[in-house]
Design a protein around this ligand. Structure first.
Ligand code: 13P
Length: 339
C-alpha cells in the first residue's frame, strides 16, 4: 500500500468543485427502480442505462468519479469499449460498491448489519486490477423514537465499516465510509442529530482501532434532517446548522473530504441544502455530494427505457450535476431549475 497514492486519490475525489455520481445500485435495487418506471428488468436494460449515464457529455466537468456495481464494472458500451475505459476517457475515477447488502441483525428486530467481509481481500485485489481506485460500503441505521438504533446495531455496523476500510487501504483502494442514518420515520431533526453524532463517534473509534489512515478515506454521511414523514420539515438553514454542528463535533480534521448521500431527498431539496452548507464558514474538509437518486431520478424517468429519450435523459442528469456543482460554490438557486 502506498499511502501517498491513496491520499492523492481521496483528494482528487473531492477536489475542483466536483462530486461523485453513485450509480452502484445492486441488480435488485436497479430492477426495483426500473419496475416503478415500467422499464424491463434485464441485464441489457441495466447495461444500456449505465451506458447512458457514463456517456453523458461533459459529465466530468461536475463529477470527479463514479461508483459502479460489480455487474457494471464488467460491462461495456454497445461498441465494445469497457465501461472502465469509458469512465477514464471522461476523466472520471472509478469506484466500486463492495458490500453485499444489509441483512437482518440477529436478535435486534427492525435493524440491519451490512455483510460482505468474507473473501473481501481477494475481491478488492481483483477490483483494483480491473481499474477501480476507490470503494464503497454502506451501513444502515434505522431510527425509531428512542427505541432504535440499539448500541448493538451501531457497533456492529461501525466494526464492519472499519474492517472493510482497513482491507481497502491494504489493497490500494480509497474507502468511502457510508454510515447512513435512514430518513424513514417521523423523528425530529434533533433526534437525527443525536443518532448521527453517536454513530459517527462509534465509526471513528473503530476506524482508529483498526489502524485505518484517516487521511485516505472519504466519509459519506447523511445530512442531519428530520424523518421524511415528520411534520413540519425544517428549513435549509436549520438543516445546515445541525449538520455542521454534528460533523464538527466528531469528524477529525485529518479527513480529506466529506461527500453526502441524498437518502431519498428530492434533487432540488438536496441541492438547496448542499448550497446552504456552503454559505457557512469554511469547514476543515471539502463538503461535496455523492448522490444516486438526487442525481439520477429525473434522468431515469425521462429515459423510460427508450433509446429515443437518451439525449433528453442525459441533459437531465447533467442539469442535476450542474445544480450540485453550483451548490458547492454557494451559487445554486431555485432559478436554476427553470431552464
Ligand atoms: P442516495 O443518494 O440515493 O441516497 O444513494 C447514495 C448511495 O450511494 C447509497 O448507498
Amino acid at each position: 500500500m502506498n499511502l501517498q497514492v491513496l491520499i492523492d486519490t481521496a483528494q482528487a475525489m473531492v477536489a475542483g468543485g466536483k462530486g461523485l455520481l453513485a450509480m452502484d445500485e445492486s441488480d435488485g435495487t436497479c430492477n426495483q427502480r426500473f419496475a416503478s418506471t415500467g422499464i424491463p428488468q434485464t441485464v441489457e436494460m441495466r447495461r444500456a442505462y449505465r451506458e447512458l449515464l457514463l456517456t453523458t457529455p461533459e459529465l466530468g466537468t461536475c463529477i470527479s468519479g463514479v461508483i459502479l456495481y460489480d455487474e457494471t464494472l464488467r460491462q461495456a458500451k454497445a461498441d465494445g469499449t469497457p465501461f472502465v475505459q469509458v469512465a477514464r476517457d471522461a476523466g472520471l475515477l472509478v469506484g466500486i460498491k463492495v458490500d453485499t447488502g444489509a441483512k437482518a441483525l440477529a436478535s435486534r428486530p427492525g435493524e440491519k448489519v451490512t455483510e460482505g467481509l468474507d473473501g473481501l481481500r481477494e475481491r478488492l485485489q481483483a477490483y483494483f486490477e480491473m481499474g477501480a481506485r476507490f470503494a464503497k460500503w454502506r451501513g444502515v441505521i434505522a431510527v425509531d423514537g428512542e427505541r432504535l438504533p440499539t448500541a448493538a446495531c451501531t457497533s456492529a455496523n461501525a466494526h464492519a465499516l472499519a474492517r472493510y476500510a482497513s482491507l481497502c487501504q491494504e489493497a490500494g483502494l480509497v474507502p468511502i465510509i457510508e454510515p447512513e442514518v435512514l430518513m424513514d420515520g417521523t423523528h425530529t431533526l434533533a433526534r437525527c442529530q443525536d443518532v448521527t453524532e453517536a454513530v459517527l463517534r462509534s465509526v471513528f473509534e473503530q476506524l482508529v482501532l483498526q489502524g485505518v489512515a484517516l487521511e485516505a478515506l472519504i466519509l459519506k454521511p447523511n445530512m442531519v434532517i428530520a424523518g421524511l414523514a415528520a411534520a413540519p420539515q425544517n428549513t435549509a438553514d436549520e438543516v445546515a446548522d445541525a449538520t455542521l454542528q454534528c460533523l464538527l463535533r466528531v469528524v477529525p480534521a485529518a479527513l480529506p473530504g466529506i461527500a453526502f448521500l441524498s437518502g431519498g431527498q428530492s434533487g432540488e431539496l438536496a441541492s438547496n441544502r448542499l448550497n446552504t452548507l456552503h454559505l457557512r464558514p469554511a469547514t476543515p474538509w471539502p463538503l461535496t455530494f455523492s448522490f444516486a437518486r438526487a442525481l439520477q431520478h429525473p434522468a431515469l424517468e425521462l429515459w423510460a427505457g427508450k433509446e429515443a429519450n437518451k439525449v433528453e435523459a442525459q441533459q437531465a442528469l447533467m442539469h442535476r450535476a450542474r445544480c450540485n456543482g453550483a451548490a458547492l460554490k454557494g451559487e445554486y438557486s431555485a432559478a436554476m431549475e427553470t431552464r
